[in-house]
Design a protein around this ligand. Structure first.
Ligand SMILES: [Zn+2]
Length: 205
């Protein structure tokens, strides 16, 4: 099983996501990993959007198997001030992922509802790329809607240890929920074990 969202090259392989523009060279050069190019919403205010859009197009053309990300929205109080910049960058990433037919890795801390509205609107317009919602901790009702939009999810130890993990994740069908380690590669084995335990005898929907 590959690691569906990490920022550190790992032995099991998987999707290695950039956090800043300065990461792209390192991400592209990591052996055994699928590179993802993007700028994390925490750094949205640090980039010039038009230049980023241009470069993202170029890099995706150069790396035909690469993904897009990390991008998304973060509505937690310490990141709320850059909301407009985050939104603009999110649309740049979603547009590039759609045009190049790549998966986009989305961050949505305290913003799953807003993010779902954006994805729903793109789905209606026929411009929604394949989306992976990373560190997913939204409700099952929201997950059900996102599943209908074709989205997939990844979760790590932090999410799987939450008291509501079973309610949130056990009913997401096989093939739509994947393990990730984000910044903590040492959590891999435990993440796999908890994810397998969650699958248990509960019915899928
Ligand atoms: Zn991440």
């Amino acid at each position: 099983m590959k690691n569906y969202h990490t920022h550190v090259a790992v032995p099991q392989g998987g999707y290695l996501c950039a956090v800043t523009r300065a990461d792209w060279e390192r991400v592209a050069a990591a052996p055994g990993m699928i590179p993802c190019f993007g700028v994390h919403p925490w750094h949205a205010a640090e980039v010039e959007p038009a230049a980023l859009a241009f470069e993202l197009d170029q890099w995706l053309a150069r790396f035909p198997t690469a993904g897009v990300g990390e991008t998304g929205l973060d509505n937690s109080p310490q990141h709320r001030a850059t909301h407009e910049a985050q939104l603009l960058l999110l649309h740049i990433h979603l547009g590039a992922a759609f045009r190049h037919e790549r998966t986009v890795h989305l961050h949505g801390a305290q913003a799953w509802g807003e993010l779902t509205e954006i994805l729903r609107a793109r789905h209606r317009q026929g411009t929604l790329p394949r989306c992976l919602l990373h560190a997913w901790n939204g409700s099952h009702e929201l997950a059900r809607e996102l599943l209908q939009l074709g989205c997939i999810f990844s979760v790590g130890l932090r999410e799987l240890r939450h008291p509501r993990a079973a309610e949130r994740y056990a009913r997401i069908p096989e093939g739509r929920l994947f393990p990730e380690t984000d910044d903590c590669p040492e959590t891999w084995e435990q993440t796999l074990a908890l994810l397998a335990a969650l699958r248990g005898p509960l019915p899928l929907c």
